[in-house]
Design a protein around this ligand. Structure first.
Ligand SMILES: C[S@@+](CC[C@H](N)C(=O)[O-])C[C@H]1O[C@@H](n2cnc3c(N)ncnc32)[C@H](O)[C@@H]1O
Length: 212
């Protein structure tokens, strides 16, 4: 937890209860230890997609579709979130859940390495969410930046890694190498003249930036 227990508890009390499908997804993730966005991060993604009036969204790391659901629910009729996942079972589970949630028409789920898939995309997107393997974040960023329209929103999860990125040392879960990579990535993005961004201590730390 990056924020205090009191803040976390307060925020949790403000949130609406998850619907049936989202509850099932959260339960599966808990049992199988599948890393998914924290509820406040999901809510942030939903708001960002609405605020950017996104019609086309890129997602790196579908897992079982939790963040995809938050994004897809913000899209207008005809909107799409193109989401990449390399794990076949997770990809299939996401398809099932998103179908049951009634948003499968807005989810273009691809069982493909995002580094390969991003290179095959064309046109522009109004939003991107990065939540794949942390050591590959730089590669995802290089591939997706040219696809972002001016004014598009980029969100990147886990940029504070339970607070260890600020402290600069491992907590046993996040390694020193991962922390060093995350620090370099945050500095790189916030220093990139093609973006205006900030790091928010929401969930596990979300970097939010706008493409200039
Ligand atoms: C943190 S989880 C994603 C969680 C998801 N965004 C959510 O909140 O519901 C990261 C996922 O990225 C997938 N992944 C790892 N490397 C990938 C790659 N190169 N391309 C696409 N997906 C990848 C993993 O299999 C894993 O399911």
């Amino acid at each position: 937890m990056i924020v205090t227990d009191a803040v976390s508890g307060y925020l949790s009390g403000l949130r609406p209860a998850p619907d049936e499908v989202l509850s099932e997804m959260e339960a599966q993730a808990m049992v199988e230890q599948i890393p998914i966005v924290m509820p406040d991060t999901g809510a942030l993604l939903h708001v960002l997609a609405l605020a950017s009036a996104a019609r086309r969204v890129i997602e790196v790391g579908t897992a079982i579709g939790v963040s995809t659901l938050y994004l897809a629910r913000a899209l207008p009729e005809g909107g799409t979130v193109v989401s990449f996942e390399i794990d076949e079972a997770r990809h299939a589970a996401a398809r099932d859940y998103l179908g049951r949630a009634g948003v499968l028409a807005r989810a273009d789920l691809r069982l493909q390495d995002a580094r390969e898939g991003l290179a095959q995309l064309s046109g522009t997107f109004e939003m991107a969410f990065v939540d794949g393997v942390k050591s590959q974040y730089g590669d995802y960023f290089d591939a997706l930046l040219p696809l972002l329209a001016p004014g598009a929103v980029l969100a990147v999860d886990n940029v504070l890694m339970s607070g260890t990125v600020a402290e600069g040392r491992s907590d046993g879960h996040w390694s020193d190498e991962q922390i060093a990579t995350a620090r370099a990535f945050n500095e790189r993005l916030l220093g990139d003249g093609r973006l205006t961004g900030t790091v928010t201590p929401i969930g596990d730390g979300v970097l939010v930036a706008v493409r200039r």
